[in-house]
Design a binder for this molecule. Structure first.
Ligand code: TMP
Length: 223
């Protein structure tokens, strides 16, 4: 991953020291209970140990303001448009305060969920209008997308077993299996639309086997 700390080629004669560093943006997706946290932890440790500037963050959340919005989104009943607006409001703050500055100084950003989750949960899961989500995405992100996304794909029944002993469920974790089937279908559609960026990892295997699959996918892309 040495390229994370390497300046990009200067454009049209720009002096090298004036060119922004080019960071890397990696996001992680999957339904609740897919087990992605273990693998994000491992990658964070590995890349920190290699001396990289790693920014570990999450959505909803990632800034003081966005974490406050997260609390509302996860626990306060609200209609679907309000939910989408709050998620994108948090995302805007997160991009401006954390993600964009990190990428400009050449850091590696590891983000636990990003906009693919909005299309999967609010779009496919809740049935909210995809075109509106695309408009909000365009408005808020101005073209910024993760360079790579790892989708931890797991059947909802298996995820539900893993979550059964977990803490008090939030507004999403409390949804039924049919909801998570739709969310998974939403992720599958993202994978089919963008197979180069959005990689499927079979998360319905042992932690070691999933870790090996993650390594293989990243290595195949020079990460
Ligand atoms: P987390 O507990 O994995 O951090 O995720 C919080 C919940 O928020 C999870 O159930 C997925 C949901 N979510 C959305 O519904 N839309 C989004 O855009 C994001 C980022 C998360």
């Amino acid at each position: 991953m040495e390229h994370a700390a390497t300046p990009s080629t200067p454009a049209h004669g720009t002096p090298p020291d004036a060119a922004p560093l080019r960071g890397r943006f990696l996001s992680f997706e999957g339904i609740d209970g897919a087990g992605k946290t273990t693998h994000i932890d491992a990658l964070e440790q590995r890349w920190r140990a290699a001396g990289l500037d790693v920014v570990r963050t999450r959505e909803p959340g990632g800034t003081a303001l966005a974490e406050r919005l997260r609390e509302l989104v996860l626990h306060q009943p609200m209609d679907a448009l309000t939910e989408a607006l709050l998620i994108f409001a948090g995302r805007r703050d997160h991009l401006q305060q954390v993600i964009e500055p990190a990428l400009h100084r050449g850091a590696l950003v590891l983000c636990d969920r990003f906009t693919d989750a909005t299309f999967a949960y609010q779009g496919a899961g809740r049935g909210f209008d995809m075109a509106t989500l695309q408009q909000l995405e365009q408005w808020v992100q101005q073209g910024r997308q993760p360079d790579l996304t790892l989708w931890f794909d797991i059947p909802p029944a298996v995820a539900a077993e893993r979550l059964a002993s977990a803490r008090q469920p939030d507004r999403f974790e409390a949804m039924d299996q049919a909801f998570f089937e739709r969310v998974n279908a939403g992720y599958r559609a993202r994978q089919q639309a963008e197979p180069q960026r959005f990689l499927r990892i079979d998360a319905n295997q042992s932690v070691d086997a999933v870790a090996r699959a993650v390594q293989a996918e990243l290595a195949a892309r020079g990460w």
